[in-house]
Design a protein around this ligand. Structure first.
Ligand SMILES: Cc1cc2nc3c(=O)[nH]c(=O)nc-3n(C[C@H](O)[C@H](O)[C@H](O)COP(=O)(O)O)c2cc1C
Ligand code: SF4
Ligand code: SF4
Length: 250
């Protein structure tokens, strides 16, 4: 039995779904660290675990800017780890390298990287992915890594220097309709605290992650703008051809 830590930032759940599937394997015991919420992530010593899995989405070819300081709080001590990046069937670019550099600097040895083509946050792209076939591939990859966890070789995650420069602010912000029951969940759950107490005001911290849109039980949050609909349509057309998952191992 191996003790595994699962650490993920996952506004809409794809990265969570992928990473959590590793915790379903029979040979592991798991502790989960969900660093998505808008709360201060404490410095966390993960050196006592046999293996750590880090999961994050790709935003404009990088990991989300707001997740960087959270991942930096995770500390290892030669601890083997894997990186799982989910991306919306466009490209993952420098995201694996960016996340890898953070964890390597904090005492983790990168034994493998998975880039998972997933449902895009916007439009109708690769709906339902990661699906059960994707998960089966990921679990097989994980078995392979676990078997080699103690060997000294490490993987260099894909990506380039200098990292791609990106704009973290959202182009399209959600609004609230009259279905809202003022339950306050979206205010508490927004990863960057962008929803004000009045619920309707979304401030400029918004990163366009669509967590509030996907999670609202009343379907009260949405982006209502012709430009957004046009963008989603165009993106869906442009990214309609399926990409495959890739696994980088030692
Ligand atoms: C602001 C933003 C930027 C994104 N940029 C990319 C990108 O550069 N490449 C890509 O393939 N998918 C991109 N996506 C799609 C997400 O990476 C993808 O849906 C991911 O699986 C979401 O992960 P989560 O459900 O764990 O939050 C982007 C999504 C958002 C919200
Ligand atoms: S989660 Fe939905 S119903 Fe609850 S406060 Fe937010 S918008 Fe309103
Ligand atoms: S307000 Fe913006 S940042 Fe916050 S959950 Fe909604 S889309 Fe994401």
């Amino acid at each position: 039995m191996s003790s595994i830590a699962l650490v993920y930032f996952s506004p809409t759940g794809n990265s969570k779904k992928a990473v959590s599937s590793i915790g379903e394997l029979p040979c592991v015991t798991v502790k989960t660290f969900d660093i998505t919420g808008n709360v201060e992530v404490p410095e966390t010593d993960l050196s006592g675990f046999d293996f750590v899995v880090f999961g994050a989405p790709v935003y404009a070819g990088r990991i989300p800017a707001c997740s960087v300081e959270r991942f930096k709080k995770m500390k290892g001590s030669g601890t083997p780890c894997a990186l799982v990046l989910t991306y919306g069937n466009r490209a993952y670019e420098d995201a694996p390298r960016g996340l890898g550099d953070i964890v390597a600097a904090n005492g983790f040895r990168i034994k493998g990287v998975a880039t998972m083509a997933s449902q895009h946050t916007y439009g109708q792209i690769q709906l339902g992915r990661p699906n059960k076939d994707d998960i089966a591939e990921l679990q097989e990859f994980f078995f392979h890594m676990l078997a080699k966890a103690e060997e000294p070789e490490t993987v260099v995650p894909p990506g380039n220097y200098p990292y791609k420069v990106v704009e973290a602010k959202a182009k399209f912000k959600p609004t609230t309709n009259s279905n809202c029951l003022a339950c306050g969940m979206c205010v508490r759950d927004c990863p960057v605290g962008a929803i004000e107490e009045d619920i309707k005001t979304v401030n400029d911290n918004c990163i366009g992650c669509m967590r509030c849109v996907k999670k609202c039980p009343m379907k009260a949050k949405s982006v209502v703008a012709q430009a957004f609909s046009d963008f989603e349509k165009l993106l869906s057309e442009r990214l309609k051809n399926r990409k495959e998952n890739e696994f980088f191992v030692c």
